[in-house]
Design a protein around this ligand. Structure first.
Ligand SMILES: *Cc1c(COP(=O)(O)O)cnc(C)c1O
Length: 390
């Protein structure tokens, strides 16, 4: 019996090492990684630039404290501000913690405006994390069950429905922010329409609300742009990041601008590890490598290729309801629950995932090549056809 707490339904495999988009288990079997540890391994496995940067930083200094200035953290903040249009950044160790910072910031903003019980509008099918506040913001009753009382101060509306938000505004005068994923990840790769995103930005401006974009999964170049919100050309007031930010090193970030910037002072928030020299170096190297190696364009091109190849290989399969996504954030929705495909793919040497019961999800590293894309489609297609025929 393992002494590890049973919080995941773990597959019976242990990996020992990887290279690029391939990963090898302890028996020596090789797998094509089309999941990246759930959108984490941006640069794939053992990327030489990242390995060298981490080793060099470990040789200099791993950790100091946020009681002091941290040069690597400041450089990373500069770079993130430059690519995002945001002004100031708080560093955390995970996505949930980045969202905790965002929620605290929105509440603080409300209190400064004299709203004593600030409310944040959140979405059905949203995923924001597993801490108490982020679990409360998450739109999945199963994840919340057994952990009540939940944190108050959230109102839930259907995704991609601006009228639902406007009707909340009519009777709730305590709203201070709207929090959402522009592309829902765990919820099943759902894309909010461009008109909705633009309309939401405008409505938040009219109401004096903050627009909070949880980019933990769809950010960091995954969709072919640095951030998911760029597809609609909207600028949020708060953005949260984690997953792909450190390409496997745990780091999260909460970015603020405009009305959300300049609110926190010393003592309002903190994190012992947040943005330490090691993780900040890993994230900065990840960002620089995405830029130098043209990985945004690669994500867009290879993602479009994967969707197109699946559309061809699965044409006429009535059990396939939709093939959707942006860049390398791809969902293939079937007409029935298909969790068993994950184990079948594993046996066939492929790492994929199923989310929201019936959406096959692909989140390959941003270095994924054209040949790897073709191989993925060639090898996954028969699994799906057999599954649907069974
Ligand atoms: C994974 C995820 C989180 C939670 O991140 P953790 O690092 O697991 O805490 C939050 N929001 C979104 C959109 C995610 O996909």
């Amino acid at each position: 019996m393992s002494h590890v707490m049973n919080t995941y339904a773990r597959l019976p495999v242990t990996f020992s090492h990887g290279q690029g988009s391939r990963i090898t288990d302890t028996e020596g079997k090789e797998y094509l990684d089309a999941l990246s540890g759930i959108a984490v391994s941006t640069l794939g496995h053992a990327h030489p630039k990242l390995v060298a940067a981490i080793a060099a930083q470990a040789g200099r200094m791993l950790h100091t404290s946020n009681l002091y200035r941290i040069r690597e953290q400041e450089l990373l903040a500069d770079k993130l501000a430059e690519i995002s249009g945001m002004q100031e950044i708080f560093f955390s160790n995970s996505g949930a913690e980045a969202n905790e910072a965002a929620i605290k910031l929105a509440r603080f903003y409300g209190h400064k405006k004299g709203i004593e019980t600030p409310t944040i509008i959140v979405m059905e099918k949203a995923f924001h994390g597993r801490t108490m506040a982020t679990l409360s913001a998450t739109g999945n009753r199963k994840a919340q069950a057994g952990f009540e009382p939940l944190v108050s101060g959230f109102v839930r509306v259907p995704y991609d429905d601006l009228d639902a938000i406007k009707s909340v505004a009519e009777h709730n005068k305590n709203v201070v922010a709207v929090m959402l994923e522009m592309i829902q990840g765990e919820g099943g790769i759902h894309l909010a329409s461009i008109e909705y995103q633009k309309g939401l930005r405008q409505f938040c401006d009219e109401q004096g609300w903050l627009l909070i974009c949880d980019e933990v999964q769809c950010g960091m170049g995954r969709t072919g742009k640095w951030f998911g919100f760029e597809h609609a050309g909207v600028q949020p007031d708060i953005v949260t990041l984690a997953k792909g930010l450190g390409s496997g090193v745990p780091i999260g970030a909460c970015l603020a601008r405009g009305p959300a910037a300049g609110l926190f002072g010393p003592g309002n928030h903190g994190s012992t590890f947040g943005g330490n020299p090691l993780v900040a170096t890993a994230a900065l190297t990840t960002l620089e490598t995405i830029e130098q190696d043209g990985l945004l364009a690669n994500a867009e091109r290879i993602g479009a290729l994967i969707r197109q190849l699946f559309a061809e290989s699965l044409a006429g399969e009535r059990g396939v309801l939709d093939i959707r996504g942006h860049g390398l954030m791809i969902g293939l929705e079937l007409d029935r629950p298909c969790g068993e495909l994950v184990g079948q793919a594993l046996a066939a040497g492929l790492l994929i995932n199923v989310t929201a019961d019936q959406v096959v999800r692909f989140l390959p590293p941003l270095i994924f090549s054209e040949n790897e894309a073709k191989e993925l489609v060639d090898r996954v297609t028969p699994l799906i056809k057999d599954f649907l025929a069974a």
